[in-house]
Design a protein around this ligand. Structure first.
Ligand SMILES: [Zn+2]
Ligand SMILES: [Zn+2]
Length: 381
């Protein structure tokens, strides 16, 4: 791992724990050790959330949690952290990974594990989305870490590739600040109100079958997204914000999280605006939110598959990796439908090829979450 992100002590700590001189191959106790630390952190985070649910859990999610199953999941995660820690201790000469994972699991258990009681109704108007962060991180890591390990496009690129701590910080902040981001994202739609669009048209839109609405949402959203995204590339002061996303020098499931909050808020607000004005039903909007959340992550993954059967119809990792190519620039703006780029003359996907290098030439954007937050406002760029 290369030093990449402030604060420096965090980098040193990560480097010390994950980047020892011993082998990291399967059977060396490295993967079990890393899994132990990861699961231990997740379990401990979940237990802390149980202690302060009113300020650490997302209001929209907490109302829907099946608590008995969720408590079972938390206990299973802590148990798995403990077991994989033990496995790492057995396999590996250097014990720091195994002991760290076991220590985290132990603290989680001593604090009450998954059985920490929640008293009374949980109410609180201001909250951080720690639960959303932990759940999404767990889900994405469980799906993509093994897949990227088994079928990598760039074989030598491990999970702790260049810039990963920066991306983890982006992922953390974009999830924990979910309430603020959602509020700002929905602000234009709530200010403009619903009266802009003829009420009978809104009723007709919402009366359609949900699956049809989801397809229509994908079309409207990607059309809006295409032009907003293209503007972020072409307008110099907007590019300063979007350059943060393109500063990633390695593609994987975490790389897509690297986004400046101004980019996130403006893009999402302008994409959601037509959807709200047209009056799509809430069920269809929620279904699309799940699809877009997954598709945006999926487009960045380090998987060698071409998905040839669908690549003319739907955006695949290969299409979006070309968007991140150092050259050519300003191609492949769509998130769902690559044929939008064909329509508007920005399509680039040479048959069977992947971009040799991703990022921005000369790497103008610094590594590190806070440096990237300030980057668009700095003078003398
Ligand atoms: Zn872009
Ligand atoms: Zn991207």
């Amino acid at each position: 791992m290369q030093a990449s992100s402030p604060p420096p002590w965090l980098d040193r700590w990560f480097a010390n724990i994950f980047d020892d001189q011993e082998s990291s191959h399967l059977g060396s106790g490295w993967w079990s050790g890393v899994a132990s630390v990861f699961l231990g952190l997740l379990g401990l985070g979940a237990v802390v959330t149980l202690y302060f649910p009113e300020v650490l859990s997302t209001a929209e999610l907490r109302a829907k949690y099946p608590m008995p199953q969720l408590r079972g999941l938390i206990e299973a995660v802590i148990g798995a952290a403990f077991l994989s820690g033990c496995l790492s201790l057995l396999l590996r000469r250097r014990k720091v990974l195994g002991f760290t994972g076991i220590a985290l699991a132990l603290v989680a258990v001593l604090l009450g594990g998954g059985q920490v009681p929640i008293e009374g109704p949980v109410e609180g108007s201001l909250y951080l989305g720690l639960d959303w962060f932990l759940l999404n991180l767990f889900l994405l890591a469980v799906i993509f870490v093994p897949l990227e390990r088994l079928f990598p496009r760039v074989r030598e690129q491990g999970p702790f590739r260049f810039g990963w701590t920066t991306d983890v910080m982006h992922f953390l902040v974009s999830h924990v600040a979910v309430q603020l981001l959602t509020f700002l994202t929905l602000l234009p739609a709530s200010v403009l109100g619903e009266h802009l669009v003829h009420a009978p048209l809104r009723d007709a839109v919402a009366a359609q079958p949900v699956w049809l609405q989801v397809i229509e949402i994908m079309l409207v959203a990607d059309l809006a997204q295409y032009w907003v995204h293209r503007a972020f590339h072409r307008v110099p002061w907007l590019w300063r914000f979007h350059a943060v996303h393109h500063s990633a020098r390695a593609m994987d499931w975490l790389a897509g999280s690297r986004l400046h909050c101004v980019d996130v808020i403006v893009t999402r607000a302008l994409v959601l605006l037509p959807l709200f004005l047209l009056g799509f039903a809430q069920a269809a909007l929620y279904a699309w939110l799940v699809i877009i959340a997954f598709h945006a992550v999926f487009n960045h993954v380090n998987l060698r598959f071409r998905f040839k059967a669908v690549e003319t119809l739907l955006v695949t990792p290969r299409f979006h990796h070309w968007h991140h190519a150092i050259t050519p620039i300003d191609r492949n703006f769509a998130v769902h439908f690559p044929w939008l780029d064909r329509m508007f003359g920005t399509f680039h996907m040479p048959d069977g090829e992947w971009p040799p290098e991703v990022g921005i030439g000369n790497h103008p954007v610094p590594e590190g979450f806070f440096k990237q937050l300030l980057y668009p406002f700095r003078r003398g760029r």
